[in-house]
Structure formats: structure tokens, C-alpha cells
Design a binder for this molecule. Structure first.
Ligand code: DX5
Ligand code: ZN
Length: 218
């Protein structure tokens, strides 16, 4: 079976202690950073200066999820800052292919995110230019929401397209991933699992990561 990647979401961490919070999940695969601009989503988090500071101290490669308008303008900066993967929203992009090209040229993987109501089929063409497909399993904007199992057919379809060689992508799920939901997401074919409250809400984040990894590998 596929090797699952576990990506704790810093959104549920203590923003006054970002360096320590990154250290607490040192055994994770990617550290998921939710960038929100109060326009694309009704919430505001952090931006490039904070990501640069985090990149300098994080033991874990950064996975930046940009929930922002005009991502073409801002996304390459996150790649230049050293992020491993930078994901932009399909709903916010006028030319996703150009963003993918710029991200790869700046040295990161390129990710495309789809909100729960955004179909995969209309984006298949452009996905050939991406490395990561992020399937949102909650409406973007906030941590701690309930997992939307109705999105799983999209994960299944993406996995099928990867297995048949039509696409070559990480299939990442984000939103409501915890001990009760990760097995469904893994069975549907996800291989990158973002978990905010399930990791940072746990007494022992390292144990939570190990538990999720074991469940996703089963
Ligand atoms: C929501 C963010 C998620 C969020 C997930 O817009 O994209 O990354 O942190 O949090 P949980 O795992 O608590 O649903
Ligand atoms: Zn996210």
C-alpha cells in the first residue's frame, strides 16, 4: 500500500509559539500552513513574513495552503521562501497552469485545491501540470469542522486517475481528519492527510501523529 504522509495543520497550534509548535510535530512528514486573506475565506491568519520565519526553524518541510485571492501574485514567494509544496485554490486562479509553472520554477511542488463543491472533472486538464491535488473535506476557513464524507467520491476518482496513469499526483485531504475519519479517506485513496485539531488538540501530538499514520497505513 501507499506510504501515507501526515501533515499537522498549524492552524490549531498556539500562534504565540510557532517555533515550539513546529518542534512538537518534528516526526510529521509535512507541516501544513493555512494562509488566509479574509477575502477568499472569511478568516485571516498569516502570510509570507511569518512563513519565512517558520521555514528557518521548522524541522518539517512546509506545505503552504493558500486560501487567498490572486494567488498568481503571491504563490511563488512561498516557493522562494523554501516551502516543499505550495497549493492554490482552483476557484481563485485565472490561469492555474501558469501558477504551477511559476511554483515549479521557484523550486516547490505545485498543488491545486478544490473546495467541497468544486468538481474534479473540469480541472483534469490543468492537473497534469500539478504535483498535488488537495481535496477539501470541509469548507475552507476554519479548523475543527466536521468531515464531509460526501466528498470522498472525488478522492476515489482522483486515485483512479493516478492508478491508471492519467495523472501523477499526491492526493491530499484537508478538514475533519481524525481517528474516526482517516480510514475512510485512506480507503478512498488519499495519501497526504492534513490534521489540525486531531494533532494539536491532543495531549501528545507525536502520539497522535503515530496513531493517524498507523490507521492510514492499515
Ligand atoms: C481549513 C484548513 C485546514 C484546517 C483543518 O480551512 O484548510 O487545514 O486547519 O483543521 P481540522 O483538522 O481541525 O479540520
Ligand atoms: Zn488547509
Amino acid at each position: 500500500s501507499r506510504t501515507p504522509l501526515i501533515a499537522p495543520s498549524l492552524l490549531s497550534a498556539d500562534f504565540a509559539r510557532l517555533a515550539e509548535e513546529a518542534q512538537r510535530v518534528a516526526d510529521a512528514d509535512w507541516l501544513h500552513v493555512d494562509v488566509m486573506d479574509a477575502h477568499f475565506v472569511p478568516n485571516l491568519t498569516l502570510g509570507l513574513p511569518v512563513v519565512r520565519a517558520l521555514q528557518a526553524v521548522s524541522p518539517v518541510p512546509l506545505d503552504c495552503h493558500l486560501m487567498i485571492e490572486a494567488p498568481e501574485r503571491w504563490a511563488p514567494g512561498y516557493a522562494e521562501a523554501g516551502a516543499r509544496n505550495v497549493t492554490v485554490h482552483a476557484e481563485a486562479c485565472t490561469d492555474p497552469r501558469a501558477v504551477a509553472r511559476d511554483l515549479r520554477a521557484a523550486g516547490s511542488l505545485a498543488g491545486l485545491a478544490l473546495k467541497p463543491g468544486t468538481p474534479l472533472e473540469t480541472h483534469l486538464d490543468v492537473l497534469r501540470d500539478f504535483d498535488t491535488l488537495l481535496v477539501m473535506t470541509v469548507e475552507p476557513g476554519f479548523g475543527g469542522q466536521e468531515f464531509m464524507a460526501e466528498v470522498l467520491p472525488k478522492v476515489r476518482r482522483a486515485r483512479e486517475l493516478v492508478e491508471t496513469g492519467h495523472l501523477r499526483l499526491f492526493v491530499e485531504v484537508d478538514g475533519g481528519i481524525n481517528a474516526d475519519t482517516i480510514e475512510q479517506a485512506a480507503a478512498a485513496g488519499a495519501d497526504v492527510f492534513v490534521a489540525g485539531s486531531a494533532v494539536y488538540g491532543a495531549d501528545d501530538p507525536a502520539a497522535a501523529i503515530a496513531g493517524l499514520r498507523a490507521q492510514a497505513s492499515a
